[in-house]
Ligand binder design. Structure first.
Ligand code: NAD
Length: 419
């Protein structure tokens, strides 16, 4: 029996996408139901002593979707509007992302409902440590390996690694990825998602026979992912015409300087009033005249309301789930290709895998080697997705999902059902 899902949420999008590729692939209903369900969902309450002496209880989660191909892998998100449905969608997406990239992990995601902007550094540290302690029974180097996501960073990963190690009785660097290099992080991890997006864009541009140099690019969300993409694309000769944060953005058709943008953001906490640029809203950014649009903020930004107004010739999904189902349809009708999240932003999890491999081996690679291996994996993935999309006459997202789901299904079938 198929469960009823509330309309218009990220989980609905993820599960509808799975339902439609399952049909295309003619999967048995048994396998389809296995993929629709989760192996484990843990809800934890996290009591924290605040700086003013009061006690506050936060809610946290760790969602483990599927481990047919290997240990669970997925980020940890801190956000005031986080829901369990978001995490279910993101965990399922991680299963597909790891599978598509060919890294031997399953999918998971976790997080805490909190607004880190209203918490002090020491409150965030206590929150992180208590959350790690609460999810300890289900994480581990060979079980589930967390990583950073929205509003979490390498410092938070260092606290998670330390908390786990203290409880474990010995230093356990491989328990998380995205940690600082001096405690077992990988060179190249910080820029990996952004760098991966540039490889995906280069492949898409090549297959569309567009000229890479001088491409006008608009980036929604200039955080870890967006700002790395902006910096790298700027260095490669593209023009970054618009960027934004949650407070809004700026636009200049002649291009914006990454260094000046970062300086302005550091000084003012937003991009507003950036010199020689027009202030714009996040909604307006999506509809600007440009060649490439890179949504790199949150989910559900490209919707049925704005998809018809998008002027970009190509969309590369930096964020997870930025395009709704209805918008995907409209963009397909308008022949605007969308390089899907599970392909475009897989750089982070690929280098996370490299970090885990290096931690387990206690042998570390130079950045050139990391980046070269990343480029090889992503180019191979893009090629596979692009060929299948031509062969089956489906869009890139459907092709990527078919490839990813197939590898998971093969693993489920060869492993069989326990007991
Ligand atoms: P981040 O927190 O560093 O940056 C997010 C950016 O989005 C910030 O500029 C923020 O101001 C902006 N933002 C927040 N709310 C917004 C809103 N309502 N409208 C517009 N902008 C808004 O996060 P990040 O790590 O850069 O992640 C961004 C996206 O990329 C997320 O969807 C994340 O899941 C996805 N992603 C991240 C990684 C990674 O390695 N960090 C890997 C894969 C996918």
């Amino acid at each position: 029996m198929t469960e009823k899902i509330p309309a218009n949420n990220t989980w609905q999008t993820a599960v509808t996408q799975l339902d439609s590729v399952s049909k295309l692939m003619m999967l048995s209903e048994d396998v389809h139901q296995l993929l629709r369900n989760f192996e484990r969902i843990l809800t934890v309450s996290i009591p924290i002593r605040m700086d003013n002496g009061s006690l506050r209880i936060f809610n946290g989660f760790r969602v483990q979707h599927n481990s047919a191909r290997g240990p669970y892998k997925g980020g940890v998100r801190y956000h005031p509007e986080l829901t369990l449905d978001d995490l279910k969608a993101l965990a399922m997406e991680m299963t597909w992302k790891c599978s598509l990239a060919g890294v031997p992990f399953g999918g998971a995601k976790g997080g805490i409902i909190c607004n880190p902007k209203t918490l002090s550094k020491s409150e965030i540290e206590r929150l992180t440590r208590r959350y790690t302690y609460a999810i300890m029974p289900i994480i581990g180097i060979e079980k589930d390996i967390p990583a950073p996501d929205v509003n979490t960073n390498e410092q938070i990963m260092a606290w998670m690694m330390d908390t786990y190690s203290m409880n474990n009785g010995y230093c356990t660097p491989g328990i998380v990825t995205g940690k600082p290099v001096n405690i077992g992080g990988s060179l190249g991890r910080t820029d990996a998602t952004g760098l991966g997006i540039t490889f995906a864009l280069a492949n898409a541009v090549k297959s569309r026979k567009m000229d890479f140099k001088g491409l006008k690019v608009a980036i929604q969300g200039y955080g870890n992912v967006g700002s790395t993409v902006g910096k790298l694309l700027g260095e490669m000769g593209c023009k970054i015409v618009a960027v934004s944060s949650s407070k809004g953005g700026v636009y200049n058709s002649r291009g914006l300087s990454h260094t000046a943008l970062m300086k302005h953001y550091k000084e003012h906490g937003s991009f507003e009033e950036f010199p020689h640029a027009e202030n714009i809203t996040n909604e307006a950014l999506l509809e600007l005249p440009c060649d490439v649009l890179i949504p790199a903020a949150l989910a559900n930004q490209i919707t049925k309301e704005n998809a018809a107004k998008i002027k970009a010739k190509l969309i590369v999904e930096g964020a997870n789930g930025p395009t709704t189902l209805e918008a995907d349809q409209i963009l397909a009708e308008r022949k605007i290709p969308v390089v899907p999240d599970i392909l475009a932003n897989a750089g982070g999890v690929i280098v996370s895998y490299f970090e885990w491999v290096q931690d387990v081996q206690c042998y570390f690679w130079c950045e050139t080697e990391v980046n070269m291996r990343l480029e090889n994996l992503l180019n191979r993935s893009y090629e596979e997705v692009f060929s299948l999309s031509h062969e089956r006459k489906v869009n890139l997202r459907t092709a990527a999902l078919i490839l990813a789901v197939k590898k998971v299904v093969d693993a489920i079938q060869v492993r069989g059902l326990y007991p």
